[in-house]
Design a protein around this ligand. Sequence first.
Ligand code: HXC
Length: 265
Amino acid sequence: MLSGMSVFREDILEGHVALITGGGTGICRGIARAYLAHGAKVCITSRRRELIETVAAELSAETGGEAIGVAADVRDPEALVAVVDATMERFGKLDTLVNGAAGNFLAPAVGLSSKGFRTVVDIDLCGTFNAAKAAFAAIEGAGDGLILNISATLHYHGTPLQIHASAAKAGVDAVTRNLAVEWGPLGIRVNAIAPGPIGDTEGMKRLTPGELAAKLAGQIPLRRFGTIDEIAQMAVFLRSRAASYVTGSIFVVDGGQSVTTVGFT
Ligand code: HXC
């Protein structure tokens, strides 16, 4: 039903089963919705049990697809194994992992505690590694595997108040390339999407308080924030057969923000 809003064929993801971390909100909720609308089965996970179960039910009803929600913290490798097991039990296979769970806040380096820095690296970077490890055997067994990491463009330049998230996402890019090399021969493609400022997300609410949002939008070559759906469509493409020779790549979807010299400040 919802795939009418998409440029892709309605059944383009039929037969795929995806685990999506951070799938309760924002960009990854949108990816879950798009995958379901195109025929994939989806398990979404986040720390908040109530939220994740409610969102899974909502997305199933909205798209006519099959979604489950299983709570886990991506900092807990054993909890992720349990999520993979639950996905296998319900859907019988797992061939796709979308690593979207992320934490963030604005903080100057001088005021950021070691624990604060580590918390974001633990969630974004270690969480990506943990989930990839937990899902590896199932994804390898399924064949035609995909790991899709949600990165960012923060670390392409120095971004004020974002030392923790920038370091974490630089690591996510490294993990993307390394896993592509190690797991390509095993039939698993590994790619990333690096979104720019995307409207209607918790991240942008936190990072662009007050009038900063309008100022920032005015500096983007396409003169607006992106939409969740514009990221979800890239995620559908990367899961589709159209991307069968694409691995180790990081796709920037940012309205040109990261290539302009007109800056944030
Ligand atoms: C300074 C902060 C802080 C803040 C937390 N900390 N918030 N430091 N400013 N605003 C510090 C704490 O003080 C503490 O260190 C440490 O981080 C751990 O905090 P906890 O609250 O105990 O941790 P936890 O509950 O596990 O998680 C914290 C959190 C979480 C990561 C900030 O609340 C969270 O995930 N929120 C946001 C989710 C989100 O926005 N996701 C979208 C990301 S967007 P001390 O030393 O004090 O004990 C994104 C894209 C970026 O990543 C690119 C956009 C263009």
